[in-house]
Design a binder for this molecule. Structure first.
Ligand code: GTP
Ligand code: MG
Length: 359
């Protein structure tokens, strides 16, 4: 039906059609882009091998999780061989960074003293790489690799997740609310919001909670610890149908409208934490101790209720939305409300829907 809880879903069919037949195909990278990036990765891996024999460069982030847009950055993580001498990431940033500078035409920026030391590489546009390329290399970041695999597993379960995420990535970039360095939320944070919405808010759920699903033989997911974090999740997609099959038949257009509804009207930003691994999808800030100033920032003494809290699925003490300022949250919520309003105004023409993205 077109109306649900006083909200018009009249645009949902057009929106779904637009998302699936026009939008998604136009924003995803083509095979040649993946190929060019993998070539670059292999070349950089050879250089890493010169620094530490047996070193591997593995992709994570959007190039590996199913949510890449055309020309998105390539996130790589360097892992040293098990028997290689232990070296500090900060040292590796400098050694490998200098080697890349000598051997390639990448422009190299080394950040050895960042919280997570990385090498930032950019290549200007050329005939080979018409849009140029940007690449970050980090070190020994097993958690990033595992959360990438978690996101990829969710992406493979239901294509509506990918449709929603790709739309949100383009839209949040256009609306300038996808910039952790400027007080808003990272792409990773937005993906967690969508998973929480599809696995916990929607009834019936579109996605299972892969961190709570137990194996067919009745045993719980095997506990695998890394660095004090439980990184296990259900990843046996062949066995999934006997445990979880969605009965939710909503279209991606309906789900998108409802996502905006939930995060502009329903979610309690003051008291709740978004937590995809939890039973209900939300936890009280109080329970996590996130109601108080966890950043120890004297500027933010009234902080707390204006903080957006998104729990990392593995690093439970880590707020993925820690970069979101009070103003940033205000802007994000304003944008969610605006999108919801545009998408649910029945008199608006279908072209008007484009205004959500474009204006
Ligand atoms: P685009 O670069 O915008 O295309 O998106 P992306 O999917 O690559 O996301 P983003 O650059 O935000 O993050 C890349 C990867 O880094 C994520 O998939 C995570 O694996 C990891 N990551 C990013 N931010 C965080 C964070 O705050 N905490 C943790 N633990 N990992 C993060
Ligand atoms: Mg990225």
């Amino acid at each position: 039906s077109l109306w649900r809880d006083g909200v018009s879903y009249a645009h949902a069919p057009d929106l779904t059609h637009y998302l699936e037949s026009t939008f998604v195909p136009s924003v995803v990278p083509q095979p040649d882009e993946y190929h060019a990036k993998d070539q670059a990765r292999q070349y950089l891996e050879k250089l890493a091998d010169q620094v530490s024999p047996g070193a591997k460069l593995l992709p994570f982030g959007s190039m590996a999780n199913g949510f890449a847009l055309k020309n998105s950055d390539m996130d790589l993580c360097c892992f040293l061989a098990k028997d290689a001498p232990v070296r500090e990431p900060s040292e590796l940033v400098e050694i490998l960074g200098r080697l890349i500078e000598q051997e390639t035409n990448f422009y190299v920026k080394m950040l050895p003293r960042a919280r997570i030391p990385i090498i930032k590489l950019t290549i200007p546009p050329s005939t080979d790489v018409p849009m140029g390329m940007a690449c970050d290399i980090g070190f020994e970041n097993r958690l990033a690799l595992e959360n990438t695999r978690l996101l990829l597993t969710y992406a493979m379960i239901d294509s509506r997740l990918r449709t929603l995420v790709l739309f949100l990535k383009v839209w949040t970039k256009r609306r300038k609310i996808n910039n952790p360095y400027r007080g808003t939320l990272s792409s990773y944070g937005y993906v967690l919001l969508v998973i929480q919405f599809l696995a916990h808010v929607k009834q019936p759920p579109v996605l299972p909670n892969l961190q709570r699903l137990s194996s067919p033989d009745g045993s719980a997911a095997e506990e695998t610890m890394f660095d004090g974090h439980d990184i296990s999740f259900f990843d046996d997609l062949d066995a999934l149908p006997s445990l979880f099959q969605t009965t939710n038949t909503e279209t991606s257009g309906e789900l998108l409208i409802d996502f905006f509804r939930y995060f502009s009207k329903e979610f309690n930003f003051t008291h709740q934490v978004v937590s995809i691994r939890s039973d209900k999808g939300v936890l009280p800030k109080l329970q996590k101790g996130w109601h108080v100033d966890f950043e120890f920032d004297p500027e933010l003494t009234v902080r707390d209720q204006h903080k957006l809290c998104v729990e990392d699925p593995f690093q439970l003490d880590y707020n993925v939305a820690r970069t979101v300022t009070r103003d940033g949250l205000y802007t994000i919520r304003g944008e969610f409300m605006r999108a919801f309003r545009i998408l649910t105004t029945p008199t608006r023409s279908p072209e008007g829907i484009g205004a959500v993205i474009n204006s």
